[in-house]
Write a protein that binds this ligand. Structure first.
Ligand code: ATP
Length: 192
């Protein structure tokens, strides 16, 4: 799955709608300090479901909504959409958050839960830890990570991390079922 377009409106310093087309080769974003280059990366992390405020350099959830300046009033909501090319298909993932704190995710234009977005991303090799975004200092961490962590990382990139997650979910359900079965057998024993 290849990222082709980023549409940003009302997110952080992007008061006006901006559509960035990503080339098949290398795309570089250049600009003076503080002009919003890192905000583009924050926008990508955010739309892909980032929940950590630290990762998107914000204090509160609503901090990502353009807060206004002398020339422009604050935005009512932040909206970011990513368009991917997946084989012959185009896939769009979007996230919106209004100033009052209500938000939603959209998968191909339909309202989706965060879980749907995460499952979809995991199936396409984009795990909980988005290794497709390599931040400053992360290379050092990858080079010095343990073999176990490297294996988890490779599994996520290969798109099989989802099966590990599903196994974990299934094992936990199995455990609950076993507890229920034990309870039923206790009750049956008492009735006898
Ligand atoms: P550098 O080259 O110094 O790393 P940069 O081009 O990566 O800079 P960013 O860090 O992306 O710049 O942008 C920082 C700017 O974004 C700051 O001027 C900050 O005021 C602005 N900003 C952050 N959140 C908001 C917001 N909610 N509304 C308006 N502006 C915001």
């Amino acid at each position: 799955m290849i990222l082709k377009e980023i549409f940003i409106k009302g997110f952080k310093s992007f008061a006006e709608p901006v559509r960035l087309e990503i080339s098949n080769r290398v795309t570089a974003i250049v600009g003076p300090n503080g002009s919003g280059k890192s905000n583009v990366v924050d926008a990508i992390r955010w739309v892909l479901g980032e929940q950590s405020m630290k990762e998107i350099r914000a204090q509160e959830r609503e901090d990502v909504v353009f807060w206004g300046n002398e020339k422009k009033p604050p935005a009512q909501f932040a909206y970011v959409e990513l368009v991917f090319e997946n084989g012959n298909e185009r896939v769009s993932i979007a996230r919106e958050l209004s100033r009052d704190g209500t938000g939603k995710y959209l998968l191909n234009g339909d309202i989706a839960r965060l879980k749907d977005i995460r499952d979809f991303l995991m199936q396409h090799g984009y795990g909980k830890n988005p290794y497709s975004i390599i931040g400053q200092g992360q290379i050092d961490r990858i080079v010095s990570s343990t073999p176990e962590n490297l294996r988890t990382m490779i599994e996520e990139i290969a798109g099989i991390g989802i099966y590990r997650e599903k196994k974990k979910e299934a094992l936990s359900k199995l455990e609950t079922t076993q507890i229920n079965l034990n309870r039923i057998s206790d009750i049956l024993f008492e009735m006898d």
